[in-house]
Design a protein around this ligand. Structure first.
Ligand code: ATP
Length: 323
């Protein structure tokens, strides 16, 4: 369904390639996490799949098509089969929820009847019934991302690409969005998601492809996030040797009170300072974790998804048979 064959991407004016010799294949119906530090090449991969860019060397094939040989005029038709969602939602601020979802269908020439049927179905799938007339600024972040997902799905794509879809959302809303993506995948849509959300990757135990400096360093069927050392963490400012300092102050107080009996010597104070400085550093804070309670998915219940073509092949003459 998506195949990278020895793909290298070198941007103009850069020394190091953004992607170097990347090789992988994603099968129909898979849910794949693309992980790696900032700048490791995740978004570059997604851009190549969407044919927003082309590899410097190597080959990218999507839905049975070699994207090198895809004529520019056919790119919009090709993209109908690939839904995409991003961290920043990318909604049209002057259009209602309905109009945002309908827009993609209208620009690709869908009939009015199809728009009137498909848009409410897509909004129902993401749980936004009744909010068709709202403007984006009248929605929460999670609801805006749901509109973006409905828009991505309304064309009945076979593949959904998600670039940090929970990056702007609070933990509880992020869990909702992950559950939605898992449900969409259970309905048959292939999902490829670039993320830094270590907890989701660890808990969902799906396939994980990891990039490091543009190279693929891991491809695991049921993987976790892996190395978190590149995830920046805020730890509370540590008071170095606070306990030892308090003890020294207390001893000095006692010493002042009993000065006439037993003066504290300079050597004693120096050895206590040395003990304070030798305090071990505090443990780093553990990264935040969001428990993901994935629902039992009854695919048969996803009647709307079926009607949207999410559980069935939807090939047409523009895109050939898929792997
Ligand atoms: N248009 C561009 N021109 C030049 N260099 C680019 C361009 N786009 C990306 N790069 C570089 O390519 C490398 C990979 O970038 P990419 O955006 O794919 O990484 P990423 O893993 O998605 O990062 P992040 O997690 O921060 O989104 C980086 O070094 C980046 O600076």
């Amino acid at each position: 369904m998506i195949r990278f064959e020895n793909v290298t991407k070198r941007y103009r004016g850069t020394k190091r390639p953004a992607l170097a010799g990347v090789d992988f294949e994603v099968q129909r119906g898979e849910f794949v996490f693309l992980v790696g530090a900032s700048g490791s090449g995740k978004s570059s991969c997604l851009r190549l799949i969407l044919r927003e860019d082309v590899p410097t060397t190597g080959r990218v094939a999507v839905l049975g098509r070699d994207l090198r040989s895809l004529a520019n005029r056919k790119v919009p038709y090709f993209r109908r089969h690939i839904g995409s969602v991003f961290q920043d939602f990318r909604l049209l601020s002057s259009k209602t929820v309905f109009q945002n979802v309908a827009f993609t269908l209208q620009v690709t020439g869908s009939s009015r009847g199809f728009v009137q049927q498909a848009v409410p179905e897509a909004l129902a799938l993401v749980g936004l019934e009744g909010k068709e007339k709202r403007m984006p600024h009248e929605l929460s972040g999670g609801e805006q991302q749901r509109v973006a997902i409905a828009r991505a799905l309304v064309n009945r794509p076979q593949v959904l690409l998600a670039d940090e879809p929970t990056g702007n959302l609070d933990p509880a809303t992020s869990v909702d969005i992950m559950q939605l993506l898992a449900r969409i995948n259970a309905g048959g849509t292939t999902v490829l998601m670039a993320t830094h959300e270590a907890a989701f990757v660890d808990q969902m135990q799906r396939r994980v492809i990891e990039l490091k400096n543009g190279e693929m360093v891991r491809d695991e069927t049921h993987g976790g996030y892996g190395d978190r050392s590149m995830i920046p963490q805020l730890a509370p400012e540590q008071e170095r040797g606070a306990a030892a300092t308090a003890a020294l102050t207390a001893v000095q107080e006692v010493q002042r009170q009993t000065e006439s009996l037993q003066p504290l010597t300079a050597d004693m104070i120096a050895s206590m300072k040395a003990a304070r400085d030798a305090q071990p550093p505090a443990e780093p804070a553990t990264p935040r974790t969001h428990p993901v309670l994935l629902p039992e998915v009854d695919v048969a219940e996803l009647g709307v998804a079926d009607r949207l073509g999410l559980s069935a092949a939807d090939d047409d003459e523009e895109v050939g048979p898929t792997s």
